[in-house]
Design a protein around this ligand. Structure first.
Ligand code: ADP
Ligand code: MG
Length: 323
């Protein structure tokens, strides 16, 4: 059983950032409005995620660590579920299989909370304790029992900056949730959760970008586009500032990238790239679910429509202030 969990874990948990991503998604799913993420040594030795979500009942705690255990509806009518297809109910068990995990959780109406420890898939303790509402998960010594995988990890600083980028994108795609990110004891990001995306962009990118943002706002009967893009004059030297989210998920789509860049290309030099934080709200039935979710690549049922509407909307947003 342990071996198969380790194999499964290898697919879901590739690096410390995978742990953060899965746990933060769980916190969001749990209705948390505030999430604190703390890491040390690039997440290899220490990860702690604290949320104020619904918590897990005493009875459900051990179950949540079983493979394929999920309390969530298994319907395909929500992109969140589609994108986690294949990993359903696998995150906690996978993480616990390759690390030393401690969970403290309490539900609103419960008198006491639960503290549960599981190391390498083996239950260490399960006890009642006093705890605040919500869930805290500590993940120590990731891959301590899979040395081969551990060898593949990059330097802690590299993993750390990957996690920073990940948390920033989580924060930008969820402006209603307050995020706090602490790395090696230093505060790296704090967002208030007041819903204002522009404030989050300011915290992450500073004044120069924020003072040069244009708003994008467009909708047809299938798609709603909102967000910000920088004026073409302050475009970037590479693609890493070209962010967009589909139904609050950071994904990649050839068609969206092309539409956004084509719209910019009418203003800027060929070797420049846009700065964007664009949200697409799309009826999930218009998304092609046959694309492998792990690749974070998305396809749309009607690609030409998506291309056209995105291209036109971005161009309009750029034209509005530039003329
Ligand atoms: P999935 O998210 O696909 O359901 P996971 O392994 O990530 O599977 O989590 C298993 C279950 O544990 C979830 O379905 C949920 O019921 C519970 N759970 C995990 N994290 C949290 C959390 N932060 N708050 C409340 N419940 C949680
Ligand atoms: Mg999950």
């Amino acid at each position: 059983q342990y071996t198969i969990d380790k194999i499964a874990a290898g697919e879901v948990i590739e690096r410390p950032g995978s742990v953060i991503k899965e746990l933060v998604e769980n916190s969001i799913d749990a209705g948390a409005t505030a999430i604190t993420i703390e890491i040390k040594e690039g997440g290899m030795s220490f990860i702690r995620i604290t949320d104020n979500g619904c918590g897990i009942s005493k009875e459900e705690v051990p179950v949540a660590f079983l493979r394929h255990a999920t309390s969530k509806l298994q319907t395909a009518d929500d992109l969140l579920k589609i994108a986690s297809l294949g990993f359903r109910g696998e995150a906690l068990s996978s993480i616990a299989a390759v690390a030393q995990v401690e969970l403290i959780t309490k539900q609103e109406d419960a008198l006491t909370g639960t503290r549960y420890q599981i190391h390498g898939g083996k239950e260490i303790s399960n006890e009642e304790i006093g705890a605040p509402l919500g869930t805290t998960i500590v993940v120590r010594n990731l891959f301590y029992n899979t040395p081969a995988r551990k060898k593949f990890m990059k330097a802690p600083a590299t993993e750390g900056s990957y996690i920073y980028d990940l948390v920033c994108r989580m924060a930008m795609s969820h402006p209603d949730v307050s995020f706090k990110f602490i790395m090696n004891g230093t505060d790296k990001l704090f967002t208030s959760g007041n819903g204002r995306l522009k404030e989050i962009i300011y915290h992450i990118y500073g004044r120069d970008i924020t003072n040069n943002l244009l708003e994008i706002h467009a909708a047809n009967d299938q798609v709603k586009i909102t967000g910000y893009l920088a004026k073409p004059s302050i475009s970037r030297g590479n693609r890493s500032f070209e962010d967009y989210y589909v139904n609050q998920r950071y994904i990649k789509s050839n068609i969206l990238t092309k539409a956004i860049e084509d719209a910019y290309r009418t203003f800027v030099m060929v070797h420049k790239f846009p700065f964007t934080v664009i949200n697409f709200e799309i009826d999930p039935s218009l998304i092609d679910v046959n694309i492998h979710p792990a690749k974070r690549e998305l396809k749309f049922i009607n690609e030409p429509d998506m291309y056209d509407f995105t291209y036109i909307s971005v161009r309009k947003a750029l034209l509005f202030k530039e003329l």
